[in-house]
Design a protein around this ligand. Structure first.
Ligand SMILES: *Cc1c(COP(=O)(O)O)cnc(C)c1O
Length: 407
């Protein structure tokens, strides 16, 4: 039996064509093609500016650094997310504060954010100060997990009420919408990823999207070592003097080779999302018919899910399993046997508080964030990609049914 991967990127001849043009031009570092790619992505998401980076992790770090996040500050992030969300906060010198999620959407729970603020912080002037650490709460980095936007209206409301800032981790959510509003259009800066696991890819890569022109300019400076003139502009003008460097910046530049791949991918972004949505609907149908023990992804009214990943939950009640631990062991045995049958799956993502660095530093217990913990143990990402055939989906669901019947 041929193997079914968890995902694969979707390419045609256009990627190689555009990359070849870049190579032939002789300019392969960040240049005109990255600028073109930034405009294309920003236009698609109806946002003023795009600032390309080497990854979403560096995009998050760049955006936070440009906004002045640093030591003595705290940032609320969801407890169920890829570790990079929290790592980017740590890289600024600030402290991540975890908030639990809602199991139905895998997204940050606005009520939990409110209770963290109300219980842990006191108002001093315009700031919220942590009663124990004395740190100032800078803001929130909500995540649009797996391509489904979080409850951003509620999160924005909390931020407005408490004068907090927001940077959205939209790593998985390029193309996602609430109503007619694209992610990136919710009034905040947002960061997307072009890793091959996401909707479209540049190999590695990321981008910050913002409507704030001054912030975009500042991020461009910090992205290129804190220099005030881009290498390209310098090359085209008088090149013998190096530009002024006002601060110690970073090198987070995307190459034009990656930008070229990104441009070719942008041509098919809407097609890719449409094909994945169609396959997600098919999974919903097949699972509805054959696998009542799986809870399919929930999409709230008016939300446009892009299915970066199709993530289900084991329904322990229907399996007659009493604890999350037992459910987790069952899930792992199931995924192991699926792998043996040539079907690749993954846990959805991880509970940050259970990862070594965070567990050790903050002495977390599993029950500190029960929903994140349950999703860590009980979630299953099923294979999903444009090239996936109908019969592959039937085989995935049928094989899970067979294995479950034997377990
Ligand atoms: C993938 C991902 C990231 C990291 O993106 P990279 O481009 O690989 O750095 C950050 N946050 C979330 C939620 C992700 O899924």
């Amino acid at each position: 039996m041929n193997k079914i991967p968890v995902t694969i990127p979707y390419f045609d001849s256009r990627e190689a064509e555009r990359i070849n043009q870049v190579i032939q031009s002789g300019w392969v570092a960040q240049g005109p093609v990255v600028a073109e790619f930034e405009k294309a992505v920003a236009a698609h998401e109806k946002v003023g500016y795009g600032v390309a980076t080497t990854s979403c992790t560096t995009a998050l770090h760049l955006a936070m650094a440009a906004e002045g996040v640093g030591e003595g500050m705290e940032v609320i992030v969801p407890a169920f997310t890829f570790v990079a969300t929290a790592n980017a906060v740590v890289q600024t010198g600030a402290v991540p504060v975890l908030a639990d999620i809602r199991r139905e959407t895998y997204n940050i729970d606005a009520d939990k954010v409110r209770s963290i603020i109300n219980e842990g912080y006191v108002k001093q002037g315009n700031s919220l100060v942590n009663k124990e650490t004395g740190n100032i709460l800078w803001g929130i980095v909500p995540v649009h997990q797996f391509g489904l936007c979080c409850d951003i209206t509620e999160i924005n409301e909390i931020a407005r009420e408490h004068k907090l800032k927001i940077i959205e981790d939209a790593a998985c959510a390029l193309g996602a919408k609430v109503g007619q509003t694209c992610q990136g259009g919710f009034g905040n800066t947002s960061c997307i990823s072009f890793h091959p696991r996401k909707s479209i890819t540049t190999g590695e890569g990321g981008m910050v999207l913002t409507d704030d022109g001054e912030l975009a300019a500042r991020m461009r400076e910090l992205r290129t070592h804190g220099g005030t003139v881009s290498a390209e502009a310098r090359e085209k003008g008088r090149g013998f003097l190096l530009p002024e460097f006002r601060e110690a910046g970073y090198n987070y530049r995307m190459t034009d080779i990656q930008g070229a791949m990104g441009m070719a991918q942008m041509e098919k972004l809407d097609f890719i999302i449409g094909e994945k949505r169609r396959r997600a609907d098919r999974y919903n149908q097949l699972i509805g018919e054959k696998l009542p023990e799986l809870i399919v992804p929930h999409v709230p009214e008016g939300y446009y899910h892009t299915y970066q990943s199709y993530v289900c939950m084991l329904d322990c009640r229907k399996l007659g399993i009493d604890s999350v631990e037992d459910g987790g062991r069952y899930r792992n045995r199931l995924l192991e046997r699926l792998e043996d049958a040539g079907i690749a799956t993954r846990q959805g993502t991880h509970a940050v508080h259970m990862l070594g660095y965070y567990r050790d530093r903050f002495k977390y217990l599993p029950e500190d964030y029960p929903n994140a913990y349950a999703c860590d143990r009980l979630s299953i990402t099923l294979p999903l990609y444009v090239q996936m055939e109908e019969e592959d989906q039937v085989r995935v669901v049928g094989t899970i049914r067979e294995i479950m019947d034997q377990m």
